[in-house]
Design a protein. Structure first.
Length: 474
């Protein structure tokens, strides 16, 4: 299974443009002998904002942020509260939404090629397990798993948690326009993550599992290097580093010498570390980061989301046979590229609807339809990749209907969780994924029910949170 699935939050879409706030202007002097209506004066002052508002609640939020209390509103404007005043202003104002930007030519925009490239580099590390399989098998398994599995899982889960949180912190620096600070955060955090994953894998190793623990340590180092390259936009360099793993393709049918297997693994790992070091050299030369910046605690929910979603993927990889489980993980990993593109499409289409529609009801309908289409498109891609992996893998059994349904529910949880994360609701997404993963770990037979319940809950949360116009404002 690929340990690089959760390195990069595929939600790092460009920030939505901010809605211009009205300037505070001096009241115009009234004509001689005429009293100024305070409501007319306020409507004129807020005209630019009211014209682009989709719902009166947006105007009420602006009034409250300007410090208007209900008492002041009753005395000055004769309305009960900020919501009543906002409704009057909304009814008075003329809708003047800006024209939407012209879409790029053709349907294959929003960096589809880049998203597919990231999906490929997420999946290619899975070939490392094919090369290393004969070197990893322990004599005695534990917890009903094959020998060597426990240290591998321990190292992979540690890497998912650490690197998801580290990626969020580095992306936050990038969002603030400080690329050197992002590089310095990675320079400090990536080696610490590699050390943590290696230590956990070695501590979890049992008798006869030292080779698997060493492989897990190498995997932790790779995850750290891949995090650096993916966050800083060096996907092509990472793809070049992964090319030696293509030597695993003949291993599907023929037995390769152990020295050749180990050499290909070390060549790929060395290339990834070397590329990451080259990318981070400018940041290392500029010294330590200054004070301030995003709080570290803000990245914790992203790490927890990586833990919950990573455990769900691991459960998807525990199939009736090793081949069927690996095929499910390969499909989920490759689907992350199209998933990222569909997340961008949802954000872009929602912003377009925000600019063109004039009522909240129309906006809710349009966004709900877009959500259904994007989620349906992702699940269609996931089914196609699952069938393609089954056809390409020699001797792979066709997925049964229950396993396919479980895989689609896991895909629904992952995509909706990533969507909520993109809109700042990562805490709820992480909580749902963690609860589902814990239930599936404690009672494996309850896995489909836990995953289905998580998918339904995330669907409800998404419909409640993202159909509001204010959720799409910058």
């Amino acid at each position: 299974m690929s340990g690089s699935l959760w390195l990069k939050p595929p939600t790092a879409a460009p920030p939505l443009p901010a809605i211009p706030r009205p300037r505070r202007e001096e009241a115009r002097p009234a004509s001689p002998g005429l009293a100024v209506d305070p409501l007319d004066e306020l409507a004129e002052r807020l005209d630019a904002f009211v014209a682009v508002a989709v719902h009166p609640d947006e105007i009420a939020a602006l009034l409250e942020s300007d410090g208007m209390t209900d008492d002041h509103i009753r005395l000055t404007y004769g309305r009960a509260d900020s919501f009543a005043l906002a409704e009057d202003l909304y009814a008075r104002g003329e809708r003047r939404h800006p024209a939407p930007e012209a879409p790029p030519a053709g349907p294959w925009h929003s960096e589809l090629a880049g998203c597919l490239l990231r999906g490929l580099v997420f999946a290619l590390p899975g070939l490392a397990y094919v090369l290393a399989a004969p070197l990893l098998a322990g004599e005695h398994g534990r917890f009903g798993l094959p020998g060597g599995t426990v240290p591998l899982l321990a190292g992979a889960v540690t890497g998912w948690v650490w690197n998801q949180a580290l990626s969020h912190r580095a992306y936050t620096w990038l969002g603030l326009g400080d690329r050197p600070a992002a590089a310095r955060a990675l320079l400090t955090g990536a080696p610490a993550g590699a050390l943590a994953g290696s230590a956990v894998a070695l501590a979890a190793a049992g008798p006869g599992e030292i080779p698997a623990a060493l492989f897990a340590a190498g995997q932790s180092v790779y995850l750290a290097a891949a995090t650096v390259l993916l966050v800083l936009g060096r996907e092509r360099a990472l793809l070049c580093a992964l090319l030696p793993l293509a030597g695993a393709v003949p291993a599907f049918r023929w037995d390769l010498p152990d020295p050749l297997r180990a050499g290909l693994l070390l060549a790929s790992l060395t290339a990834a570390v070397a590329f990451a070091a080259l990318v981070l050299r400018p940041g290392a030369r500029r010294g330590a980061a200054g004070r301030g910046g995003p709080p570290r605690a803000a990245s914790l929910p992203y790490g927890l989301f990586g833990l919950g979603s990573g455990l769900l993927v691991l459960h998807a990889g525990i199939g009736d046979t090793l081949v069927s489980g690996a095929g499910a993980v390969v499909a989920l990993t490759l689907s992350m590229g199209p998933a990222e593109w569909l997340l961008h499409r949802f954000r872009g289409e929602s912003l377009t609807r925000l600019r063109t529609l004039t009522t909240a009801r129309e906006f809710r309908r349009a966004v709900t339809g877009t959500l259904v289409l994007c989620l349906g498109g992702y699940l269609t891609v996931l089914v196609g990749l699952t069938l393609a992996a089954t056809l390409a893998w020699p001797g792979a059994p066709w997925p049964t209907l229950p396993r396919l349904a479980t895989l689609l529910m896991i895909g629904t949880v992952l995509w909706l969780g990533l969507l909520l994360q993109a809109f700042g609701s990562v805490t709820s997404a992480a909580a749902v994924c963690l609860i589902a993963a814990a239930a599936q770990t404690a009672v494996p037979a309850a896995g489909p029910a836990a995953t289905g319940g998580a998918a339904a809950l995330l669907a409800v949360l998404t419909c409640v949170l993202l159909v509001r116009p204010t959720a799409h404002r910058a």
